[in-house]
Write a protein that binds this ligand. Structure first.
Ligand code: GRF
Length: 202
């Protein structure tokens, strides 16, 4: 299966996928990363792709007259690589109608909180501020909401009294990277069905 991975930052989730595929091989894993896309230049996520010899593309919102034009351009750039599955790994933009029309049902996102708790761009900070005792990460299909699509898998991470946002986020990411690698591999190898809010992986 062909994967396109979308990033906006450090790309450690992308790196976990790259390392796993490098270690076990494309056949055994069931997927290869054919391109990495971003909404901005100069991020470590793009450097990681380049070091792995993987094509990259960047589509910046401010380069387009409207948000819809950006969304269509991102969809076009993604479609050019003919992905079977698109993975948002720290991609920090909300995609629109065009992107979802083309990739809905095969577009997966990872979020650093236990959805439906703490959706949005500050899930780690919000869980900490709320005084939650556990949080975690969620891998889900993207629908037309923000972090509201059908949940595929979740991992739990305890919150410690001494945690600040970055310490907690690092601990979440250790679980998140393993969860994402495991889920993407299973989706690619086994195939899946989405039935309402349930995801059934064969
Ligand atoms: C991940 O925790 C992701 O869930 C969140 O931002 C982080 C991205 O980390 N949206 P990285 O870029 O994969 O290192």
């Amino acid at each position: 299966k062909r994967l396109v991975v979308l990033v906006s930052g450090s790309g450690t989730n992308l790196q976990a996928l790259l390392d796993t595929i490098e270690t076990v091989g494309v056949e055994a894993y069931g997927a290869e990363i054919v391109a990495v896309g971003a909404d901005r230049e100069g991020i470590e996520g793009l450097a990681r792709a380049e070091r792995a010899g993987i094509p990259t593309f960047v589509r910046k919102v401010k380069d387009y007259g409207t948000r819809e034009e950006w969304d269509a351009a991102l969809a076009e750039a993604t479609a050019a690589h003919e992905p079977d599955l698109v993975v948002s790994a720290g991609f920090m933009k909300i995609v629109g109608r065009e992107f979802l029309a083309r990739f809905g049902g095969r577009f997966v996102n990872t979020h650093p909180a236990l959805l439906p708790s703490f959706p949005g761009a500050h899930g780690v900070r919000d869980a900490l501020a709320y005084g939650a005792r556990v949080t975690g990460c969620t891998v889900h299909f993207v629908d037309d909401g923000v972090d509201t699509g059908p949940i595929i898998a979740q991992g739990v991470v305890e919150i410690r009294d001494e945690d600040d946002e970055s310490a907690l986020h690092e601990r979440i990411k250790e679980v998140e990277r393993r969860l994402l690698v495991e889920v993407v591999g299973r989706l690619a190898r086994n195939g899946y069905r989405i039935e309402g809010r349930k995801v059934v992986i064969q």
